[in-house]
Design a protein around this ligand. Structure first.
Ligand SMILES: Cc1cc2nc3c(=O)[nH]c(=O)nc-3n(C[C@H](O)[C@H](O)[C@H](O)COP(=O)(O)OP(=O)(O)OC[C@H]3O[C@@H](n4cnc5c(N)ncnc54)[C@H](O)[C@@H]3O)c2cc1C
Length: 371
């Protein structure tokens, strides 16, 4: 089949790869000269640890396998199976971790609780204030700045792949067994099937369907520092992350002490990963009510920088960049919002804060559906 894919973020790009793998021709269309949305604004984390038991965890584990395959087929793409350490700073957080280890799927996640010294063997830069950690060796990371380009460079070796940027699709029509996508410039693209991967743009196309879909937008604040002169061998999360990821939903979670007011007000956790260039990406805040603020709030940045510095036992380098991002989130617990718009049009969005982690497996499932 000739498949048109609208959207050059990680979801669209993962679908392009999956479609080519199945032997299809792909025309991949993106509105911006280079993608600028959630897929380049994220941490690049491939996060299995806190996934919800059941389908979400299965999809995350499958996606992690495919990310590794992608890396093998495309050595240019920077992928690190660096694992993650979630750090407990008090007994109540440690109790949650201990209870997590009793979950029936703890072994699937390869979780292990490490004391402070064992944690430091894995990540010697951590010399600050924490008691123990939850180690998840399955977690990984890619570089958001380059991952889409590297993926496309790999795909472009296949003559069946065409990438077109600066193409804003303003109309899509299905007629019989053909589908057409019309660009703002007037250019028309024709195919047998279309996969629409619009990210958080719920209004340019198929607005009526999205208006009544169980999806919402979520706004986040992020930052990165100047380069750090030590190697941070793993990704890091603080204990607050266990309040947000459903994989840690165990009875002792309700005995966690009250969250710091800044973290509570901004729905925050600390996630942190060192980039290949030595800088540290940190976040994040969450806001759910639109319209989202256009001003970045300084207080959460100071708070996160202090929390992270406390864990490392040293003042981390100053913040160099601050940015915000928006993702689309399915609100009824599904892995994503995958909807059949017409017999030959499918739309895939709503993976929430896990789209980078899950994209390859989400795409694999879509391709199975359209066989
Ligand atoms: C700050 C932040 C941190 C995050 N951290 C992580 C993380 O560490 N790990 C993780 O797993 N997930 C993370 N996420 C979530 C993840 O980034 C998203 O789920 C994922 O990037 C969504 O990918 P997407 O392709 O659906 O959307 P997008 O990246 O938004 O891409 C959609 C693309 O479609 C294009 N498009 C839309 N409509 C049209 C049209 N009509 N014509 C042409 N092009 C069109 C847009 O221009 C855009 O480039 C984070 C998200 C944010 C915002």
């Amino acid at each position: 089949m000739k498949i048109l894919i609208v959207g050059g973020g990680v979801i669209g790009t993962a679908h392009a790869r999956a479609a080519l793998k199945d032997g299809h021709e792909v025309i991949h269309l993106e509105r911006d000269p280079v993608p600028q949305s959630a897929s380049v604004r994220n941490f690049g984390l491939i996060w299995v640890s806190g996934r919800k038991s059941g389908e979400e965890l299965d999809v995350a584990i499958r996606a992690r396998e495919i990310w590794e395959e992608i890396h093998l087929e495309n050595p240019e793409l920077i992928f690190r199976g660096n694992g993650s350490l979630t750090l407990a700073q008090n007994e109540a957080e440690l109790r949650v971790m201990e209870e997590c280890l009793e979950k029936s799927d703890a072994r699937l996640r390869k979780w292990e609780i490490l004391g402070k010294k064992e944690t430091q063997k894995i990540n010697p830069a951590l010399r600050g204030n924490f008691l123990a950690s939850l180690w998840c060796p399955l977690d990984g990371a890619v570089e958001p700045d380059s991952v889409l380009t590297s993926l496309r460079n790999g795909l472009s070796k296949n003559p069946q792949y065409i990438w077109r940027s600066s193409v804003d699709i303003i109309d899509i029509k299905s007629s019989g067994d053909r589908v057409t996508a019309v660009a703002k410039s007037g250019e028309v693209f024709e195919g047998d099937f279309l996969i629409h991967c619009p990210g958080a743009d719920h209004s340019s196309l198929f607005k009526e369907q999205f208006d009544s879909a169980p999806i919402r937008k979520v706004y986040l604040q992020m930052m990165s520092t100047e380069p750090f002169d030590e190697v941070i061998t793993t990704s890091i999360a603080d204990g607050d992350s266990m309040r947000y990821y459903p994989g840690y939903d165990v009875p002792s979670l309700k005995h966690l002490p009250a969250q710091h007011p800044v973290a509570k007000e901004n729905h925050m956790q600390l996630l942190l990963v060192q980039r290949a260039d030595g800088t540290i990406t940190m976040g994040d805040t969450h806001a759910y009510d639109e319209p989202f603020p256009f001003k970045l709030e300084e207080v959460p940045y100071e708070y996160l920088h202090n929390i992270a510095s406390d864990l490392f036992g040293t003042k981390l380098p100053p913040i160099k960049h601050r940015w915000s991002g928006v993702y689309s989130q399915q609100t009824e617990g599904a892995v994503c919002d995958r909807r059949r718009i017409a017999t030959n049009i499918i739309s895939v969005t709503g993976p929430g804060g896990r789209g980078n982690s899950l994209a390859p497996a989400i795409a694999e499932t879509t391709l199975k559906e359209i066989q």
